[in-house]
Design a protein around this ligand. Structure first.
Ligand code: ATP
Ligand code: MG
Length: 489
């Protein structure tokens, strides 16, 4: 199409409504802060300080870095929505893509965004996006009015750097909230604690390799590594390339028994063990997705020990449909089968460890392992059967000949203490557990019914009374047709 000789009319976005739309991109506080920190890392910051100060409706959140900073021209450009073209090739370490994050992340939480910046050799400058002003004037205009001295001088000790300030945090704190409002304060502080956890996870690789130090309220943040590589029992799978630049590496975390209570809670992460299973997608080492099977599998209790690292370079953004918030991604069709097969192997191992504490259960040290409960096929389903050949079971059967009461009581205890609840739960969630007496002929049930019938009859109960008793007794309640024919059995 030749666009040179055609009719046109301007259709510029309306500033006051468009800027409100930016507020609705769907960040939460954690993802918003992380998006701003992305910029600090892209600007080669070595230290990043996240902080917040509770002051009711006048509370403030700040993110300070010692990165390259910006001069006036660069700052104005940076504060422009769509500062950069998403199609541009970016340096390998650049965590940005859309030229929007600073604005959209900030507006999702606050009404006023102040950015103070200093480039080496330049004087510090600042500009403000004030949503109230944009709303009133309907103009895409940055403004400048006096700000607190603390903010102005925050960069004094740094050669270069940037300070992002969020005030009028209307999405977190109702505007008229008093400083003395303990309920809102507690909520605010809880959210802040969540931010810290999210940052420790999102940027753990930068912290681990010591390219960045991250501080929350002045305290250095320790990294949270989802793969618990500090434990020798964590099983590592060989890494693989799904295509020329997509790296994958699977981990099966240790069984619960290898953790202390605190360690186990910590390794469960923000969402807890079951929710944290899945792929961990990193884009240029920055965590985008933390525990997601990307539509390939469902999260299930018995796969909770499986976590798989996927590394993408920023040149894959298009294929993976990376979003503005850097918190969603879609698995490209071309690598789906390969990744599914890789993940299936990791998941299988994870299930084994979850069920059997990672020990081989059939043959161990060349010796046969004696299972107390054995899964037994019953049609298409499974029944867990007490292993009659288990030495203890055999002993108890022997004992029953001379001391039947003690033997039976011991057997009951053994069954009660060792019912394989986990294995049953796993099979049950997959719909594989057989119903009582499913696929069996009913002769055994008939024998038992008759036994109870005879005993109750002898104690003087009427047929109707016995029928009522059996109808309210497991497992006979499942066999009303046998109860009905009780006299013919
Ligand atoms: N802390 C900072 N230090 C130096 N430059 C910054 C900083 N924050 C933002 N910038 C500059 O402002 C630009 C715009 O930032 P913004 O977050 O809006 O978009 P982006 O990072 O380019 O892309 P994305 O929308 O994917 O985040 C950045 O590309 C960078 O040049
Ligand atoms: Mg950005």
């Amino acid at each position: 199409m030749n666009y040179n000789d055609i009719e046109t009319t301007a259709a510029e976005p309306c500033a006051s409504s468009m800027i409100l739309t930016f507020r609705a991109i769907g960040y939460n506080l954690e993802t918003a802060v992380a998006d701003v920190i992305d910029n600090s890392i892209s600007a080669n910051a070595k230290n990043i300080w996240f902080s917040s100060e509770w002051n009711g409706g006048n509370s403030v959140i700040t993110i300070l870095d010692d990165g390259c900073g910006m001069n006036n021209e660069e700052l104005v450009q940076a504060m422009k929505p769509g500062a950069k073209n998403p199609m541009d090739k970016r340096p390998e370490k650049d965590l940005g893509r859309f030229g929007l994050g600073l604005k959209t992340a900030s507006f999702s939480q606050c009404q006023k965004l102040i950015v103070v910046s200093k480039k080496a050799g330049f004087a510090p400058i600042y500009w403000i996006w004030d949503l109230n002003y944009v709303n009133k004037t309907n103009k895409w205009e940055l403004i400048r009015y006096p700000i607190a001295d603390d903010f102005l001088h925050a960069l004094d000790k740094l050669e270069s750097g940037t300070l992002v300030i969020w005030t009028d945090l209307d999405r977190i704190i109702p505007p008229d909230t008093l400083q003395s409002n303990e309920i809102v304060k507690d909520k605010f502080l809880a959210q802040m604690a969540k931010v810290k956890q999210h940052l420790a996870m999102t940027f753990h690789r930068f912290i681990e390799e010591k390219s960045v130090k991250l501080f929350c309220w002045g305290h250095e943040v320790k990294p949270w590594n989802p793969f618990v590589t500090t434990k020798s029992q964590t099983q590592l799978f060989s890494d693989d390339y799904l295509d020329s630049h997509t790296f994958v590496k699977g981990y099966v975390l240790p069984h619960k028994s290898y953790f202390t209570k605190e360690e186990h809670l910590d390794a469960g992460g923000i969402k807890g063990w079951v929710a944290q299973q899945g792929f961990y997608v990193y884009r240029s080492k920055r965590l985008l997705l933390a525990g997601d099977w990307l539509g390939l599998f469902r999260k299930e209790v018995h796969y909770q020990l499986a976590r798989i690292q996927i590394d993408l370079p920023n040149q894959s953004d298009n294929e993976w449909l990376i979003d503005i918030k850097k918190s969603t991604a879609r698995l490209p069709f071309e690598i789906q089968e390969r990744i599914k097969s890789y993940a299936s192997t990791v998941r299988k191992k994870a299930e084994e460890v979850f069920r059997h504490r990672g020990k081989l259960y059939k043959i161990r040290n060349g010796q046969e392992f004696h299972l107390l409960w054995q899964p037994k096929k019953q049609g298409t389903k499974i029944l867990f059967e007490v292993n009659r050949n288990h030495l203890l079971v055999k002993e108890l059967v022997e004992m029953a000949k001379t001391k039947p009461e003690r033997a039976i009581e011991s057997l009951f205890r053994l069954i009660e203490e060792t019912i394989p609840t986990k294995s049953i739960f796993i099979k049950e969630s997959e719909g594989e557990i057989a119903e009582p007496f499913e696929n069996n002929n009913e002769d055994l049930v008939k024998t038992w019914i008759k036994q109870i019938y005879n005993a109750q009859k002898a104690s003087g109960k009427s047929v109707d009374q016995i029928k009522l008793l059996l109808a309210n007794m497991e497992p006979f309640n499942n066999f009303p047709h046998l109860i009905e024919l009780i006299e013919e059995i």
